[in-house]
Design a binder for this molecule. Structure first.
Ligand SMILES: [Zn+2]
Ligand SMILES: [Zn+2]
Ligand SMILES: [Zn+2]
Ligand SMILES: [Zn+2]
Length: 220
């Protein structure tokens, strides 16, 4: 309900201004329409508001001069309409009153779209645990065989040579001299002939006898 619609002859609390001045403002007029003044002057001004007001359903609808829209106007008791001419405003209220839906004055104007308030975020209640829907069971499909993933084989890759760790060098110990043991001489054993094995092809060497030079008498 707009501030210009007051029950009976009630008025909003008149308080001394602490922001722009130190006097009183008219609750239905902007400062440019009614200049703030002392309480007595404001009360006299409010009497003129009552004279111009529209009485409806026990409410006093004051002529508004706030910055809702330019000029003096009346705020509808039922909808968000603002009407400037008093006869038109009274007709407007009568039309609303004739409607069966006008019993409850808190009916939104169908011309004004209902915009959801973005200040109320949909935050889940932490006291309510989020239980997964049991309608979807986590049963493995028997048509899909469960094969272990062969991506990590424990077989050494032949392309990667097993190189010994270079940090451990295979250098002979210098404290141990590589001198052949003198007790075992490396003298070839005459009993063991260094003749190649039987695999070698035997070559017959014919003895060359020179018949001409050697007389037979020597053999007789
Ligand atoms: Zn002021
Ligand atoms: Zn006023
Ligand atoms: Zn207004
Ligand atoms: Zn209306």
């Amino acid at each position: 309900m707009h501030i210009s619609i007051q029950e009976g002859r009630s008025l909003p609390d008149l308080r001394q201004c602490t922001t722009c001045c130190k006097v009183f403002h008219c609750p239905f007029c902007a400062s440019n329409e009614f200049h703030p003044a002392k309480l007595g002057k404001v009360q006299t001004h409010l009497e003129s508001h009552f004279k111009r007001a529209v009485l409806h359903e026990g409410y006093t609808i004051h002529r508004c001069a706030l910055n809702c829209r330019p000029g003096f106007h009346f705020h509808c008791f039922y909808c968000q309409s603002m009407l400037t001419r008093k006869p038109n405003f009274i007709k407007h209220l009568a039309l609303w009153k004739a409607k069966p839906s006008a019993i409850t004055p808190i009916i939104p104007d169908p011309s004004i779209p209902i915009i959801p308030v973005p200040s109320i975020p949909i935050i889940p209640d932490p006291s309510i645990p989020i239980i997964p829907v049991p309608s979807i069971p986590i049963i493995p499909d028997p048509s899909i065989p469960i094969i272990p993933v062969p991506s990590i084989p424990i077989i050494p890759d032949p392309s990667i040579p097993i190189i010994p760790v270079p940090s451990i060098p295979i250098i002979p110990d210098s404290s141990i001299p590589i001198i052949p043991v003198p007790s075992i001489p490396i003298i070839p054993d005459p009993a063991i002939s260094i003749i190649p094995g039987g695999k070698m092809q035997r070559v017959r060497v014919k003895p060359v006898l020179k018949k001409e030079n050697v007389p037979y008498a020597m053999f007789s």
